[in-house]
Design a protein around this ligand. Structure first.
Ligand code: GDG
Length: 466
């Protein structure tokens, strides 16, 4: 922070980009979390005395503003009750399912909404305090959709950008939300609103016209109080360097070879890596794989399925139910088709170091990414980046944002079509080396030239230009 205690570039996100580490002596320090977003924004943070406003991840935690890794950090406290109502409730049991095609029914509770509004006000007030005169403020994601409007009312001098990491639904679904107008008006407080896909931009623009006084004039929206707001797609990406470096590391490659042996050296390793979330289509891909085994199109010697499911939102009921369903399914498949020492599905409910994850990507002949709906899906981009050897095949759902950019090199699939999924998984297993290499080259060229640094640069350049 500058001597005035304010910054000319401020990021506002639900979580701070650091994790608390308590030393053996009982002292608290902070370690930068491994996320791509913080890495991409770090150079901007350094250049502009940047600050990051967010929650530490623990209840009632309000350390004094502190600095770490070239950033000033400003913690916004959340009580245990607010975590239940604002975070697990409105963010993850109302907005998350509503924005992902109501795969599970969203719950609408007025107490959750009240908490969401109050917490958004607190984040906006914290941002207003740390932002310099005419600063650029970059607000992240669905937990904070009211922040742009609240912040603008407090600080009309600021330039405000917002980026939504998840899909933005069409009218048929969004109209369910009892607070639809407030959310749209909240977002319209920004100067620039970024989405993952063009489709989401279209959804937002028509909803803003329908439920607020905004009207589209050319490629901008003009609000009822006469402000111009731009909505545009900025497909997010990954830290290509980090993944490529790990993929070329001899230790990682040796580990990939060991993984292949440990799963019994099958002809084909199929891999899924996801947070255990009902949007990711884990059940659909397991069903397709189970049927391939049942109909003897593959045997456990031919093909194993490795599914890494990272624990997520374990206190939200739908996630507990999902875990039971997936684990029942894995148990059934292994019970029916596995043999001693040769299970058909290797299921890992755990999170891993980056190096281990990249070793898994290097070991996988077929990467299976089958979300029913996904803003982007970074795992698909990480897979192709890790394949510096130009081997392997990507099965990718049409409903992932990544399909817009990766449609030509990937094996695209509708995950609801189980026969189609079976056929596509078989096609990806059987692809010949020449075609696989050609496809992988297309995929890699795109991701390498569109990494997360380019995303951050494009967004911030567009924001400064409005
Ligand atoms: C949201 C949107 C959008 C996974 N397991 C481990 C681990 N991961 C890493 C992956 C990847 C990231 O987490 C997951 O990103 P995704 O994009 O696949 O999915 P969401 O978490 O749902 O992310 C999504 C994204 O935001 C960005 O805008 O693409 O659509 O839903 O990087 O590799 N990382 C480590 N251990 C694990 O066990 N270290």
């Amino acid at each position: 922070m500058s001597t005035t205690g304010t910054s000319s570039f401020v990021v506002v996100a639900n979580r701070l980009p650091v994790d608390r580490v308590v030393t053996p002596g009982g002292e608290t320090t902070w370690r930068r979390s491994p996320g791509g977003l913080v890495t991409a924004l770090a150079p901007v943070m350094r250049a502009y005395d940047g600050a990051w406003v967010g929650w530490t991840g623990s209840p009632d935690d309000a350390p004094e503003p502190f600095s770490t890794a070239d950033m000033d950090l400003r913690a916004v406290p959340l009580s245990a009750e607010e975590i239940t109502l604002y975070y697990e409730g409105f963010s993850n049991a109302t907005l998350w399912p509503l924005y992902h095609d109501v795969i599970v029914p969203p719950e609408y509770h007025r107490e959750w909404w009240d908490a969401y509004r109050q917490v958004n006000e607190r984040f906006a007030a914290a941002a207003a305090e740390v932002a310099d005169e005419n600063a650029v403020v970059f607000v992240q994601d669905y937990q904070l959709q009211l922040v742009p409007q609240i912040l603008r009312s407090m600080r009309p001098d600021l330039k405000i950008g917002f980026f939504l990491h998840i899909p933005f639904p069409p009218q048929e679904l969004f109209a369910q939300l009892p607070w639809r107008r407030q959310i749209l008006e909240g977002l319209l407080g920004a100067d620039l609103i970024g989405f993952q896909r063009d489709g989401a931009v279209g959804n937002f623009e028509s909803l803003a016209e329908l439920f607020t006084g905004a009207s589209a004039v050319g490629d901008t929206l003009v609000t009822d109080d006469g402000r111009s707001v731009r909505a545009r797609a900025f497909p997010i990406s990954i830290q290509v360097d980090e993944v490529a470096r790990l993929a070329e590391d001899p230790e990682v490659q040796a580990r990939a070879a060991t993984i292949r042996e440990e799963v019994g050296s099958p002809r084909h390793i199929m891999l899924g890596v996801d947070r255990l979330d009902y949007t990711k289509g884990i059940g659909h891909r397991l069903k397709a794989f189970g049927e391939l085994l049942r109909d003897r199109e593959v045997t456990p010697e031919d093909a194993v399925f490795l599914q890494v499911a990272t624990p997520s939102r374990e206190r939200v009921e739908a996630y507990q139910t999902l875990r039971d369903e997936v684990e029942l399914q894995v148990g059934r498949i292994n019970g029916d088709y596995g043999r001693i020492g040769t299970p058909a599905v290797h299921y890992l409910y755990s999170s891993y170091e980056r190096a281990e994850l990249v070793a898994l990507l290097r070991a996988a002949d077929v990467m299976v990414v089958t979300p029913l709906r996904d803003g982007m899906n970074l795992v698909a981009k990480e897979y192709v980046t890790a394949r510096t050897d130009l081997r392997g095949a990507l099965v990718l759902s049409e409903f992932a944002g990544a399909a817009d950019e990766m449609g030509t090199g990937a094996f695209l699939v509708n995950p609801h079509d189980i026969d189609g999924l079976r056929r596509t998984m078989m096609a990806a297993m059987r692809v010949d080396d020449a075609e696989a290499e050609q496809r992988m080259k297309l995929l890699r060229d795109h991701v390498i030239s569109h990494d997360i640094d380019r995303w951050a640069h494009d967004f911030l350049a567009a924001l400064r230009a409005v």
